[in-house]
Design a protein around this ligand. Structure first.
Ligand code: DGL
Length: 274
């Protein structure tokens, strides 16, 4: 199988890489985290597109056969530019996959999406969800502090809880029948806060993210059966991924292990310049 390139503005995309490794245990992955320039989510579309093009070029130079944009902001803003620039290389983003997961989960056809400022501002999730079902109502909120909390490892406790309430209460308000019944985590950093977010919302709300559906899309695009439900990659013969970062390999290895769900050896992380 050809090498699969995965990139994100930082470490959040490791949640997608984890799902990809479970779905395609035999695949060879190379992951780029543009850690020097995180966050993308507060930057203009033009800047995010420029950064995404540079990240993609660095991976293409390492001979990939498929590119996954494991960053919602870059997917929302730069997917068409990357697909055009690097055709015929298949380029797969996470927004349509997240929308697919949300549409599959909702019962009352009201979905909430939380994401970065840039993703919310561009409305990519609204378009992707309503392309699947135009009758679905979408409520959005930008939650930039979640990115900092996830990077800091403050995924539980009083600060994370208060932040979740502050962001989520305004969209989960009003009569119960009219509230969203599904929350899409439209940022790759947010899955590590899932427990805190679920506790803030209560058990009646279904939380989905794009990791598993993106992995299934990648498997489909490669014509491979997806082992998306396999929850154990240990001992499956999986090759260790290679990691590239634009700043602080040691911090990436330390903090990134929490996002990936398995240890990252500092010597597996290479510092590069874009
Ligand atoms: N990876 C970004 C995303 O999924 C979040 C972090 C950032 O703002 O760069 O939108």
């Amino acid at each position: 199988m050809e090498r699969i390139g995965v990139f994100d503005s930082g470490m959040g995309g490791l949640t997608v890489l984890g799902a990809l490794r479970r779905a395609l245990p035999e695949a060879d992955f190379i992951y780029l985290g543009d850690t020097a320039r995180l966050p993308y989510g507060t930057k203009s579309g033009a800047t995010v597109t420029q950064y995404a093009l540079q990240s993609a070029r660095a991976l293409i130079a390492r001979e990939i056969g498929l590119l996954v944009i494991a960053c919602n902001t870059a997917s929302a803003v730069a997917l068409p530019a990357l697909s055009d620039a690097f055709a015929p290389l298949p380029v797969i983003g996470v927004v349509e996959a997240g929308a697919e997961a949300g549409v599959a989960a909702t019962r009352n056809r009201h979905i909430a999406v939380i994401a970065t400022e840039s993703t919310v501002r561009g409305g990519a999730y609204i378009r992707a969800i309503q392309a699947l079902d135009p009758k679905i109502r979408v409520s959005q909120a930008a939650c930039p502090l979640f990115v900092a909390l996830a990077e800091e490892g403050w995924t539980e406790g009083a600060v994370a809880k208060a932040t979740a309430r502050r962001y989520l209460d305004p969209i989960f308000t009003g009569p119960a029948a009219e509230r969203p019944d599904t929350l899409v985590l439209g940022c790759t950093h947010f899955p590590v806060l899932r427990r805190t977010i679920q506790a803030a919302l209560g058990p009646g709300i279904t939380i989905v993210d794009s990791a598993e559906t993106t992995a299934a899309r990648v498997a489909r695009s490669l014509g491979r059966p997806s082992r998306a439900n396999a929850d154990d990659i240990a001992g499956s013969g999986t090759r260790r991924p290679q990691f590239l970062v634009t700043d602080s390999p040691a911090r990436f290895a330390r903090v990134g292990s929490g996002f990936l769900g398995e240890p990252i050896a500092p010597e597996a992380v290479e510092l590069i310049d874009l």
